[in-house]
Design a protein around this ligand. Structure first.
Ligand SMILES: [Fe+2]
Length: 366
């Protein structure tokens, strides 16, 4: 199925908001959810189950940290309620484990204890617990806290879902052209590699990784007749084609978490001498991340086969890029750094790609 059939072009007019799912639960909404209660004492687990039975929750139980970890790895959990004191591993230690683990770090944690003292609360919150309650429990307080935490979790889930949908759309755009297979993945890896060589912080590397996937998402609004036209585009077609950075920016602007990626999406077709588009920025006015992604993008286009050209070798491709530096199109220092980086790295072949992506994803999400 072509991406364009999934969403109408009208939704992606520049300046309009694409439709993204958003949680609309009201203040008093009680959501079905799965809650994991971790406590070494059966009586405490039973008490919590009794308190929460008024709501449509599925309650799972664990007596110790190892059991909790097993449940967290096999079930989709919306909230963890745990005791400060647990057998094997303490509540704060389990919290820390959850917060560094990619699959559990967004699950809210409500920590409880019967041990009095503000220092316990400090330890609990410092270890990553989102809320802290001291026993004896007041049922109405527990229910209110749990409901509020689950509401936040549902909001996080819906935002994550919206991001996932955008990334899926970006890949749908890529799949419209069978000749650009896995371009986004290679681009993500190569951009991060160059970003690391520049010495950028992790937040920028994450933006580059995401930019690898999202930079051309605006092409979803470009008709096939223009996108796949054999031969030279006329002025009108060229103008449509050149609108894809702004269309892409408009699609992703609606999600605050994607704001660091916006300069990449908007400015990845600028040229060092100011002859690019859409803003005609020159030199260091072009956002650094956009310049980095552009270099990785050009290299990938040159080294892969297209219907109208063979795949150039790494050496030939770097030669073409040097020529573009001489013409004034590319950032000379970045191209030179990219050349030395790529020559010192194993090639970005497809065999190593999966491992690189997996490692990158893990690394960037820590
Ligand atoms: Fe582009």
């Amino acid at each position: 199925m072509q991406a364009k059939t999934l969403l109408s072009e009208a939704q992606f007019e520049i300046g309009s908001s694409p439709v993204v799912p958003f949680f609309e639960g009201g203040e008093s909404a009680v959501l079905p959810a799965t809650v994991l209660v971790v406590d070494g004492e059966e009586i405490n687990r039973r008490l919590l189950k009794a308190i929460l039975k008024t709501a449509p929750y599925t309650i799972l139980e664990a007596r110790k940290a190892s059991e909790a970890m097993a449940v967290l790895q096999s079930e989709r959990i919306d909230l963890v309620i745990l005791d400060l004191m647990l057998p094997e591993m303490s509540g704060p230690e389990l919290c820390r484990w959850m917060k560094v683990n990619r699959s559990t770090q967004l699950i809210p944690i409500l920590m409880m204890t019967s041990v009095q003292g503000i220092e316990n609360e400090i330890v609990g919150i410092s270890s990553g617990a989102d809320e802290f309650l001291i026993k004896p429990l007041h049922p109405a307080v527990v229910r209110t806290r749990v409901r509020a935490m689950l509401r936040n979790k549902a909001l996080i889930d819906s935002l994550e879902e919206a991001e996932t949908i955008l990334f899926a759309l970006a890949q749908a755009v890529e799949h419209r052209d069978p000749h650009t297979s896995r371009h986004c993945q290679r681009l993500a890896v190569a951009s991060v590699m160059l970003g690391e060589a520049v010495g950028l912080p992790k937040s920028d590397l994450t933006a580059l990784f995401r930019g690898g996937y999202l930079h051309d998402i605006g092409k979803i609004g470009i008709p096939d007749a223009v996108l796949f036209k054999q031969g030279v585009l006329n002025t009108e077609e060229w103008n449509i084609m050149r609108s894809h950075p702004l269309r892409g920016e408009a699609i992703c602007r609606t999600m605050k978490s994607l704001w660091p990626v916006l300069p990449i999406i908007r400015n990845h077709h600028e040229r060092w001498d100011g002859s690019g588009y859409p803003d005609g920025l020159a030199g260091e006015d072009i956002p650094l991340l956009a310049r980095i992604l552009q270099i990785a993008d050009i290299y990938d286009a040159l080294t892969t086969e297209r219907p109208y050209k063979r795949a150039l070798s790494s050496e030939e491709s770097l030669g073409v890029m040097e020529e573009e530096v001489r013409r004034g199109w590319r950032d000379p220092e970045l191209v030179s750094l990219f050349a030395s980086t790529i020559q010192s790295q194993p090639s970005l072949d497809l065999t190593s790609l999966e491992t690189s992506l997996e490692n990158l994803n893990l690394e960037l999400s820590r």
